[in-house]
Design a binder for this molecule. Structure first.
Ligand SMILES: [Zn+2]
Length: 192
């Protein structure tokens, strides 16, 4: 039991320490994104900083993750693919959303927006992965609008997230009574 506890503490320590460490390594430093930071701060209700990593560092330390959050200081690290999809949306890419097949570009875009909202919800104080993912799913439209995406497409992305992204998340991130049960996201009014 004692060894198990130590291992767990060790793992938490590594996760908490790895962000500042990789930042100090220079060449592979993540890059702070001002827009994503602003969006995450609005969603979280407290200051958050979003950093986009380079593929090598990400695969080395965070392989398999879309993002991580250091709750104590509001630091969010995002997978390079998530960042490039967000950038694509901001740049005006609008992959077609229709009646669709599962593996489309739109699914990847909806997943990226959800990932940003997900990490922001951790910074906002939600710990449970299933509650976090349930709340972030209900914030996809708002997150997309905060990124500057027009209402109609932002709304479609949220629908796409529920239809194809959420059901494909690992079991740890899902719950049977979502989206009915949990919602504590902050809504922002938009001029339509
Ligand atoms: Zn999470």
């Amino acid at each position: 039991m004692k060894i198990r506890k130590l291992l767990l503490v060790g793992m938490v320590f590594v996760v908490l320490m790895s962000a500042p460490l990789t930042m100090a390594w220079g060449a592979n430093s993540p890059v702070k994104n001002e827009l994503y930071s602003e969006v995450a701060s609005t969603l979280a209700g407290r200051p958050a900083e979003v950093w986009c990593y380079d593929p090598n560092t990400w695969e080395k330390f965070f392989s398999g993750l879309d993002g991580f959050a250091v709750v104590s200081n509001g630091f969010i690290g995002l997978r390079p693919l998530v960042c490039s999809r967000l950038a694509g949306l901001v740049d005006g890419n609008r992959p077609w959303i229709g009646t669709g097949i599962f593996d489309t570009e739109a699914t990847a875009y909806a997943s990226a927006v959800d990932a940003l909202a997900h990490e922001a919800m951790h910074v906002g104080g939600i710990v449970s992965e299933s509650v976090t993912e349930c709340v972030s799913g209900q914030l996809v439209e708002q997150t997309a609008r905060l990124l500057g995406i027009e209402k109609e497409y932002a709304h479609q992305l949220e629908g796409w997230n529920w239809r194809y992204v959420y059901p494909a998340r690992p079991a740890l991130y899902r719950s049977r009574d979502c989206p009915g049960r949990w919602f504590s996201g902050r809504r922002v009014k938009f001029e339509d």
